[in-house]
Design a protein around this ligand. Sequence first.
Ligand code: FES
Length: 101
Amino acid sequence: MSSDIIIGPAGAYGTFPAQIELEGAPYWLVRGEDGRYALLMAICPHAGGEVRLVEGMFFCPLHFWTFDTADGSCLNMQDERLMRRDVEERDGMLYAVSAPY
Ligand code: FES
């Protein structure tokens, strides 16, 4: 669909999670064990801290919430998670195919 947003060539990312910017917002591009990609917004749902990669987890330095790097679920606050966007690979290019949810 025309609303899809080009992220870039899939081969451009050597390691995951990979830090990217999309529409002016920071994201982590992640890749699951099944090979599927997703975007996790690097903005903490608590109070907007920028989520960083620390020792294999996403970590918010403001109040120390941590998040799973596979699906963005919060590891210390039940029912909280990073916003995500669905990603599709087509002909070697990655596209964001959903709004953040
Ligand atoms: S803003 Fe991230 S834990 Fe509070």
